[in-house]
Write a protein that binds this ligand. Sequence first.
Ligand SMILES: Nc1ncnc2c1ncn2[C@@H]1O[C@H](COP(=O)(O)OP(=O)(O)OP(=O)(O)O)[C@@H](O)[C@H]1O
Length: 328
Amino acid sequence: MNTAAEIELPENDTAVLTVRDLVVRYDMDEASIHAVNGVTFDLAPRETYAIVGESGCGKSTVALSLLGLTPIVGGEIVLDSARLTEMGRAEMARVRGHKIAMIFQEPMTSLNPVLTVGYQLIEAIRLHTSMGKRAAREHAAKMLGRVGMSDAERRLRQYPHELSGGMRQRVMIAMALSCNPAVLVADEPTTALDVTVQAQILALIDQLREEFGTAVVLITHDIGVVAETANRIAVMYAGRIVEEAPTAALFADPRHPYTRGLLASVPRVDRVPDGQPMPTMEGSAPSMRQLPEGCPFRARCSHSTEKCETDPPVRVGEGRMVRCWLYE
Ligand SMILES: Nc1ncnc2c1ncn2[C@@H]1O[C@H](COP(=O)(O)OP(=O)(O)OP(=O)(O)O)[C@@H](O)[C@H]1O
């Protein structure tokens, strides 16, 4: 298992992926949804960077933006020196699956139920490589072995519904890594799975990250899930990163009031006395259709003052970032 200390925090020129001031809006008939409002981060080679936050804060939109699948209206995404945000559709389609790949929460929605696992895996490999059918089949079987699936030849002939949820997610991971991408984006990869299988899939992603030298962007609503595998954590609220820190530092010394609230609501056997209800955060996130001026967390924040009606300053130092008036 890696720890935050093992990986150097990225300098701009060493980052495998750089995201700067990303802005994404979904224009609906009656309103515009401000899903991502200026997200900036760097991803170091072989790093696991987690993005956490509650439902609707824009995590999946960031993930999909990295694959060129959202209406980006501002900012820049650079992958391995290539400016993704300036690419046309055809060029982006070549990058997707080849240099950057994604796995989703529910593999059944990404796998075609009427095609065998082998057919889908072989097609994905052939789409991005010059391999012939036989070589692609051999590579597919090898990939299934690498994601811990025994009897690969039989697995290739099976249909997705014949596999368990955990096995389907392994197939998706095999497919995502089959072209050895520089970055793997995992959007809630374990949310639909049983707890024991969740741990296995997270361990597998971590092991393959090491073996393949892939950097991982791990999206989750559950900060407890990333405690052991992420090198750094970004906490998102209302379309922005409000705090970013190495994992151990974030857990030991959470600075943004929202991060503190999130951590207080993670179950811990050493903290909650028997019979006491878990602390929960009061209130709910603002509508992404109409974000308030200033800090979007201020209505729920016990530290809020008049200052919070204007945009909070960003404080950077010691390898971490916080966006809050408390650290002016
Ligand atoms: N295709 C879309 N069209 C319109 N609005 C969208 C679309 N996708 C997401 N949204 C809206 O954008 C905002 C951010 O959604 P997003 O799915 O990125 O958040 P999330 O943090 O990943 O939440 P969840 O975990 O529930 O998916 C939400 O208000 C959501 O309703």
